[in-house]
Ligand binder design. Sequence first.
Ligand code: GTQ
Length: 347
Amino acid sequence: MAAPATGNNARRDFYERIGGLSMAPLWESLHQLVPPQPAPKYVPAHWDYDKVRPFLMESGALITAKEAVRRVLILENPAMTGSACITPTLYAGLQLILPGEVAPSHRHTQSALRFIVEGEGAYTAVDGERTIMCEGDFVITPTWTWHDHGNDSSKPMVWLDGLDIPLVAMFNAGFAENGETDEQAVTTPEGTADAKYASGLLPVDWRPSRQTSPIFNYPYARTREALHGLSRAGAPDPCHGYKLRYVNPANGGAPIATMGTFMQLVPKGFATSPYRCTDGTVFSVVEGEGESRIGDTVIRWKKRDHFVVPSWARVEHRTDSDAVLFSFSDRPIQEKLDLWREDRGGK
Ligand code: GTQ
C-alpha cells in the first residue's frame, strides 16, 4: 500500500475538495470539540452599580416602559459582544420601571427570574395574581406564563432579569405573544400562592402539573432569616460560607426548570476556599462588600453590583463585612443531563 500523502498542501487540497460537499476533517478540531476540561470562550466581568445606575436612569428619559415593552439594559459578556448573553446559556439585564409605568403583559417560552435590586412597591402579575416586590425578593415568571409589571410606588424600581434566552434559542423553541391589555386581569387575591404553597403545606388534593414552582415570590425577609438561622447553627462551608438554594416545594427541584437560584451569606472577614463548578454563574450583591478572585481576575464588589463567573473558573471570595450574594446558573439542566461537576480544591 502506498504511504499516505502527508504534505500540508495535499491535506489542504483535500479539505477544500470535501468542503464542497459540506464535510470537514474531524482530526483538525477534535481537541477543541472534546476538550480535556471546560475551555469557556467567555470571561469574568463586573458591573459596578455606581457606574450603571446613571445610565439606567438616563434610559428612563429616553423611552417609556410601554414603548420599550421591557426597558432593560442588557448585561452582556464582554467576550460575547452582540450576543445578548452573559454566559453561553444565560441572559441577564437590569430593568427599570418608573413610578406610574406599566411593562405590558406578554408571555413567552423563555423563563424569567427577577431579583429586586433597588426600590419597593412595584408589582409583577403572573397568570392573574399580583405580588408586591421588595429589595432582595426573588420572583419567577415561568415558561409560558402571562406577566406584566407595574410601579404604583413613588420611586424608581430596578431589578435583575435572568432568562434562559440563549438556551431556548439553541433549541429553536422560542414562542411569544402579547396580551390583549397592558395589565392582565387580576383573578386571584394577592397572597394566594403564598398561602397555598409557601408554608410547608400544600392543598390536600393538589398535584403539580408542571416542573416550575407554584410559589412565585420568595421574599428576602424569609430568605435572610433562614441564612442567619443557618449561621447560628454551625460552621460555614469552606467553599461557600452559608449557602442555600431556592426550591420548588412540590418536587424539591429548582423553582424554574432551567435555572438554579442560590443565596449565600459569607461572614465578615471570611475567605472561601478555591472552588470551581461547570455552571457559569451570575451574582447580584445584596448586602456587604468584598472581593472575588475569579481565575486571574480580581473583582471588588459592593451592594447592588453584579458579576459573572465562567464555567470551571476557580473562585475565591473574601469579605470586608457580612456579605449576602444572590446567584443564578444553568445548574439544574446540567444535573438533569448528568453533566454537572464541581471541584472543591481538595477541601
Ligand atoms: O420581563 O418579560 O430582560 O421578555 C428580557 C426579555 C425581560 C420580560 C427581559 C423579557 C423580559
